[in-house]
Design a protein. Structure first.
Length: 96
């Protein structure tokens, strides 16, 4: 059996084609792994966003309970010693 001799040009062409194929495959694999990585990052961000939205709702409910008129009146009367106005403390102005 006789082996065919390849010219230098054919060897360089085959080597160049092999490099191009390897580069394309490498880019393709990088692209896939980057998509997966970004997918995980998006999932983590969405979970964090949901957690923060729940925290916001909880803080709003705490704010509403702290600012309720009954609680404010209780603090004003007990802690600050405020009382209802007497009639002699009210001053009425005539409308112009």
């Amino acid at each position: 059996m006789v082996h065919k001799k390849y010219s230098r040009r054919q060897i360089l062409l085959a080597a160049g084609a092999s490099l191009v194929v390897m580069a394309v495959l490498t880019f393709y694999l990088w692209h896939l792994t980057e998509n997966v990585r970004l997918g995980y990052a998006i999932g983590r961000s969405e979970n964090e966003k949901l957690k923060l939205e729940m925290d916001i709702l909880n803080l709003k409910s705490v704010r509403e309970s702290l600012a309720s008129p009954g609680r404010v009146e209780k603090i004003a009367r007990e802690s600050l010693g405020l009382a209802d106005l007497r009639d002699d403390q009210v001053v009425y102005e005539k409308a112009k």
